[in-house]
Design a protein around this ligand. Structure first.
Ligand code: DON
Length: 303
């Protein structure tokens, strides 16, 4: 299989795609990103990495960061984490507050915003935000084998200034006793984790610990890897998770920066980036590109 030429073909098709979706603008700092960008990278377990398009341009990983905080949280709290957040798909948009009211402040899963806030809050307890963010960056840098990965302060600031919805989610959880830190502190830390920037190459490399296989970095136990992949499949694309599983057949986690991390267990870690989003807040062309990649390679967890 000639992966490089598959990626070249996909990049060429995406460059010509007429409908690129709409760049997120509720975080003003993200609104100025060029909608024409498209990058894709496939990292094999041993660290060989093939790329096409804008795969060396850094973008805001946003909700893709929730995969890394979940890995840290499971390492630190183990199954105790599940007292604070569920493991079911929500069937609602990523920033919805509806179920929080009906379900006593326990978010449905760690990938919707409320759930990610609960995860960040849980690992923040007893630490300074700077300390925790340092630990998170080291985790990402170690798994990517690349120290040149940073937080974009302007993006974090921009989201802080427009973070009313996340603050509402945090306050709601606090009212139900499901927040250990002040909402400002938990949200501030969460906005910074979302503002991590990576290139497709770096993100694909960083995801190898979830792909496993010979030569992949061992960051967490194989059982936890499987569980994170299960949650990515069922909840990683919010109310479009079923559609992503149907079209791509692999676990994936999206972010409103237009990035998606996709795991082909035992085979590869894939990162794709195209800033235009569909109506569910997931990358429009990114989804199409990984659908094409899965078709061309035959990679699927469903046989
Ligand atoms: O909390 C937010 O709204 C953003 N920092 C992250 C949301 C996100 O990436 C949703 N994913 N598609």
């Amino acid at each position: 299989m000639d992966l490089q030429s598959i990626l070249n073909d996909i990049a060429a098709e995406m460059a010509a795609a007429p409908d690129r979706g709409k760049v997120a603008d509720y975080i003003p700092e993200l609104a100025s990103v060029d909608a024409k960008r498209f990058g894709i990278a496939v990292a094999l377990p041993d660290g060989r990495c093939m790329t096409a398009g804008d795969a060396e341009v850094a973008f805001s990983i946003q909700s893709v960061s929730k995969v890394f905080t979940l890995a840290l949280a499971l390492g630190r709290l183990g199954d105790q984490l599940w007292a604070r957040v569920g493991r079911e798909p929500s069937g609602l948009p990523f920033n919805s507050i509806l179920q929080l009211e009906q379900e006593n402040g326990i978010p449905r899963n760690p990938f919707i915003n409320a759930g990610a806030l609960a995860v960040t809050d849980a690992i923040l307890a007893g630490h300074q935000p700077k300390e925790l963010l340092g630990e998170l960056l080291r985790f990402v840098q170690t798994s990517a084998e690349d120290a040149d990965i940073h937080i974009n302060e302007a993006v974090a600031q921009s989201e802080t200034e427009h973070g009313d919805r996340n603050m509402a989610l945090a306050h709601f959880m606090a009212a139900h006793g499901n927040l250990s830190n002040r909402p400002e502190l938990t949200c501030g830390t969460y906005f910074h984790q979302c503002a991590i920037e990576m290139t497709c190459r770096q993100l694909a490399m960083a995801g190898r610990f979830l792909a496993g296989g010979h030569g992949a970095p061992h960051m967490i136990s194989p059982q936890r890897v499987r569980r994170i992949n299960a949650l990515m499949l069922t909840c990683g694309h919010y109310d479009a998770s079923g559609d992503f599983a149907y079209r791509v057949g692999l676990p994936g986690k999206s972010g409103v920066g237009g990035g998606i991390l996709v795991i082909a267990p035992g085979r590869a870690s894939i990162a794709v980036w195209s800033p235009g989003l569909n109506r569910h807040g997931n990358s429009q062309l990114g989804t199409l590109a990984v659908e094409r990649l899965a078709q061309a390679t035959g990679w699927s967890i469903f046989g």
